[in-house]
Ligand binder design. Structure first.
Ligand SMILES: Cc1ncc(COP(=O)(O)O)c(C=O)c1O
Length: 482
């Protein structure tokens, strides 16, 4: 069986990938690589999260984690609908404000410079603080500049849920949940500057039990806050709802099994220099853990949020969503990757196809590993091959995808990628579903190679229209309103 890892491609993204001529024209016009984003799909994804809120009768903000993509079009499209935005830098805050978000729909998270804190406080966005020190610094800025009170959330970490045998891993962010004395003291001291709205977490894990334990601890912290005379009203469960990147679970299972065999030397290598993605061979036994994104996920995105809310609290034996509702708390979420599911693709031209003399076929692309950051994020999935001319005979071929940097390490993925036939120069490889972190998060200008242009694509009258990302605003042009 050919070890394909075929991507899941749905709806508009599928229709776009099927329009070969359109994509070839785009790359002919703008050069390789080109990033394509689909703002309408992002809006639909927000609606899917909102449906989960409706099911659980909850209200609160869906804050798109801006860091996952730099596109203007995506942020502007969200500004036009019922969505918020989570900004994690001064630049992202400026971008959100300039794209049409009012301060009540913006939340500042992450490590914050004084300038970032000042602009957040000056404009009145909600500040999700990482530490008591940051809270004190914010209060100082507000007092020194005589600014109005600022709404704050306190990010917590290091959770241990009552009665549960689950502890979250340590984090460099957040106030230890088991030791909130200083938080309450600081909030009491700066009552004139800070309006405490509630607590938050963001855990860098796909594990549901860890997240349920964190949410349960947050509910306990809300009780503690109430006992301190505070009136908290929202719990923010961060992002990390995830994406299922692959179409077929069996391919993922087969590939990971084959990788284990390759690391043990029981089959030919599946990767460059038999790289094990965290697995290693110690005396004929597999050691280590696979450090790759779980390519196929049965529950991801809005469905994952639903699962979290239906998980029973260990202390109260009632669903966590019901506990939020009973207390009339708002639920905030900060999804990045999950909101960008099916919202973008990176399109690259094949520059050269070469047999390396050691038995491998190298496909060099006009783009590099920074332009599509599959390796950095451990996302393993095949690109879609679009031939320019008549496709070659359909004989599957395993190839390594190399980039345009003069660097041994510049492989688009260390995985041997199986394509349905041998590509030719001028063909395109489309890396689909790369909107979240895999498009421009790591893109640079090493060797003065051109960085990708980004275009926003939308469907009009049965066909695809596009404009440069910076030209997109969520208002119809005159021709379309007539
Ligand atoms: C504070 C915070 N919120 C939200 C997110 C978004 O996470 P994801 O894209 O996995 O949903 C991140 C990601 O790093 C984060 O640090």
């Amino acid at each position: 069986m050919t070890p394909y890892l075929q991507p899941r491609v749905d709806g508009d993204l599928r229709s776009l990938v099927e329009d070969h001529a359109w994509l070839h024209q785009l790359v002919d016009a703008l050069g390789s690589p080109v990033n394509v984003v689909l703002p309408d799909q992002l809006v639909r994804n927000v609606q899917r999260f909102r449906e989960v809120y409706r099911t659980h009768h909850l209200s609160g903000g869906i804050f798109f984690a801006h860091k996952a993509n730099r596109s203007h079009a995506l942020v502007r499209a969200l500004a036009a609908v019922d969505a918020g935005i989570d900004v994690a830098s001064l630049g992202e805050l400026q971008h959100a404000l300039a794209s049409g978000f009012g301060p009540s729909r913006i939340m500042a998270t992450g490590p914050k410079s004084r300038e970032f804190l000042w602009l957040a406080a000056r404009t009145g966005v909600t500040v999700n603080v990482d530490s008591v020190a940051e809270l004190t610094e914010l209060a100082g800025i507000i007092a020194a500049h005589r600014l109005p009170r600022v709404t704050v959330l306190a990010r917590l970490s290091g959770f241990v849920a009552a009665g549960a045998n689950v502890m979250t891993r340590t984090s460099r962010f957040g106030i230890p949940a088991g030791n909130l004395g200083m938080l309450w003291e600081t909030l009491a001291k700066h009552r004139d500057e800070l309006d405490f709205a509630g607590v938050a977490y963001h855990l860098d894990t796909v594990g549901l039990p860890e997240k349920a334990a964190a949410l349960e601890s947050c509910l306990q912290a809300m009780d503690e806050a109430g006992a301190q005379g505070l009136r908290p009203r929202a719990v923010d469960v961060g992002g990390g709802f995830g994406v299922s990147y692959l179409a077929d679970e069996r391919q993922w299972d087969a590939w990971t099994t084959e990788l284990t065999g390759a690391v043990l030397g029981k089959r030919p290598p599946m990767t460059w220099n038999n790289h094990g993605y965290g697995l290693r061979n110690e005396g004929g036994k597999i050691r280590g853990t696979l450090s790759a994104y779980p390519g196929y996920r049965p529950t991801a995105g809005p469905a994952y949020l639903d699962r979290l809310l239906t998980t029973a609290s260990t202390a109260h034996r009632r669903p966590l969503g019901t506990l939020l509702l009973d207390s009339l708390y708002d639920l905030h979420v900060e999804p990045g990757r999950a909101l960008l599911d099916q919202c973008g693709a990176v399109v690259m031209r094949v520059a050269e196809v070469r047999d390396d003399g050691y038995g491998e076929t190298l496909v060099r692309l006009a783009g590099n590993g920074g332009d599509v950051a599959l390796e950095q994020h451990g996302v393993l999935m095949d690109p879609v091959l679009l031939s320019r001319g008549r496709p070659a005979e359909a004989v599957p071929i395993g190839v390594f995808l190399t980039g345009n940097l003069c660097l041994e390490a510049d492989l688009l993925t260390r995985r041997k990628v199986f394509l349905p036939h041998r590509p030719s120069p001028g063909d395109l490889l489309v890396f689909v579903n790369t909107g979240g972190y895999l498009m421009d998060f790591s893109a640079g200008q090493a060797l003065m190679q051109p960085s990708a242009r980004t275009v926003a694509a939308h469907r009009r009258h049965g066909g695809w229209r596009w404009c440069l990302d910076e030209q997109f605003w969520p208002v119809e042009d005159r021709e379309e309103t007539q």
